[in-house]
Write a protein that binds this ligand. Structure first.
Ligand SMILES: [Zn+2]
Length: 471
């Protein structure tokens, strides 16, 4: 037996012992926190401001790309809103972000017939020359199909990646992770083979001719070429035309620009703990969005659910032993500078746990947990199972291991128990990063239940005698 195997066996037996002990300890949680959980659930159902907050953020301010005046307004609004709620230590913490602007853009089919193609440039794409790029399109279904083509089939052409995203599945959170690689890397894959621009079929399994934007990145060794998402309908039509031997020519015009560094900020508010104020239980979402729609599900809903969770606890005068801290990160969509800056600035804070809400404000199902220490993760999972049983009245009882979130994940190396709010995400990617991500897509009752889930989980984790992940 290798040493590593021996250690693994030892760790496994420790885990079993600890898990049993944790279950015993956790068995006392329900009776002691049942009444307070019900109080939170009932009062929030009766009255809460999460949907009003969402309208203030999305209808009054609108979408909020990093570096935009509207994101600055949203940062000011969030502080005022949480001050008005009576929260403590409300502040903005400066973050330097990199600003990208889209500018005017268009995509037209020239041959075999003229047609406007619905498109959105991808975040961080370079622009085209002023006159645009007009070239024949070569459509491929996948990276391997591109690899199989000879250079002369690609050189000087606009490469279209017509890769379909699989329908929603609970196991991998939709086929998003798979399909999004084309959005991220398509431009460099095309450029490597002599392509002059890249078009990507929008990353969604369902489409009403709406293009979906999102971030892309360039391989440092490869020439930068412009990249845009086009609607599923247009991508499929071009592929069909090509299959019937028709030559497709497209004119792509993009004025996108990297504007360099710009100031932004994370927004923070707290209920300071009564006994262990230095131990922090964090809840949050990201306050920036793409420059389309209203960023309502992504991630206005996550922000207002966290803000309102703190407000629900405040209104009930619930002050837990540990501190509950709301963090609204900036720049999640196209940089992650907010989360990196927060983790660096607060590296010496004692983060017990962090819960991120960035999957939309749909009906909540429970929480995922992801932590560096496997033994602690297992203990935390058992504790979390007991805690979430308190949410039976709204059905958000499922604790499972899994990805937490891009922002809160930055706290994983610091030892925090990182968690993600899981929701019924079947509709999420239909409007993700589109002009249709608007307030009307959010159901007020489901949003309230997200706020309740965060409030109950954060309160119990912040107040229970043992630390989450420890017996
Ligand atoms: Zn998001």
């Amino acid at each position: 037996m290798k040493t590593s195997h021996l250690l693994l066996a030892l760790a496994t037996s420790l885990c079993v012992f600890s898990a049993n002990q944790a279950q015993e300890n956790a068995a006392n949680i329900i009776p002691s926190y049942g009444p307070v959980a019900n109080q939170i659930i009932e009062s929030a159902k009766k009255e809460n401001d999460s949907f009003i907050k969402l309208q203030e953020l999305c209808d009054d301010i609108g979408h909020r790309l990093s570096g935009s005046p509207s994101l600055d307004q949203a940062i000011a609004w969030a502080q005022k809103s949480m001050k008005d709620d009576g929260q403590e230590n409300v502040r903005a913490e400066a973050v330097t972000i990199r600003k990208w602007v889209r500018g005017d853009e268009s995509c037209e089919l020239i041959e075999p017939r003229p047609m406007k193609i619905n498109m959105l440039g991808l975040g961080w794409s370079i622009g085209t020359p002023a006159e645009g790029i007009t070239a024949e399109v070569i459509s491929v279904k996948s990276k391997s199909e591109l690899d199989a083509l000879p250079d002369e089939a690609i050189k000087g052409k606009i490469v279209l990646f017509d890769y379909p995203m699989a329908r929603y599945s609970e196991t991998d959170g939709a086929g998003y992770g798979d399909a999004v690689q084309y959005r991220s890397n398509g431009a460099s894959w095309a450029a490597q083979r002599g392509g002059v621009a890249a078009l990507v079929r929008s990353v969604t399994a369902y489409s009403l001719d709406s293009p979906h934007t999102g971030a892309m990145r360039y391989d440092a060794e490869v020439k930068k070429i412009p990249a845009a998402a086009i609607s599923v309908e247009s991508a499929m039509m071009i592929s069909r035309l090509q299959k019937r031997g028709k030559k497709c020519v497209v004119k792509l015009v993009m004025n996108a620009k990297d504007m360099g560094e710009a100031p932004s900020a994370n927004v923070i508010a707290e209920i300071v703990g009564s006994e262990k104020p230095e131990e922090v239980v964090l809840i949050g979402g990201h306050i920036d969005s793409w420059d389309v729609g209203q960023g309502a599900q992504d991630d206005g809903a996550g922000c207002v659910a966290a803000m309102e969770a703190l407000n629900i606890l405040r209104k009930l005068n619930l002050k837990p032993k540990r501190t509950i801290r709301v963090v609204l990160w900036t720049n999640e969509e196209n940089g992650l500078a907010g989360a990196r800056s927060y983790a660096a600035r607060h590296q010496n804070d004692d983060h017990v746990a962090g819960i991120e809400s960035d999957s939309g404000g749909f009906k909540p199902q429970g929480l995922t947990i992801d932590a560096q220490d496997e033994e602690k993760s297992q203990i935390a999972l058992d504790q979390l199972t007991e805690i979430l049983a308190l949410l039976k009245p709204i059905g958000a009882t499922r604790a499972k291991p899994g990805y937490s979130g891009a922002d809160v994940g930055q706290l994983k190396p610091l030892g925090a128990m990182c968690m993600g709010l899981t929701v019924d995400g079947r509709l999420y990617f239909n409007t993700h990063h589109t002009n249709a991500d608007t307030v009307d897509k959010v159901n007020p009752k489901e949003l309230t239940e997200c706020a309740i889930t965060l409030a109950v989980a954060a309160y119990v984790i912040a107040d229970m005698p043992s630390r989450l992940g420890e017996n």
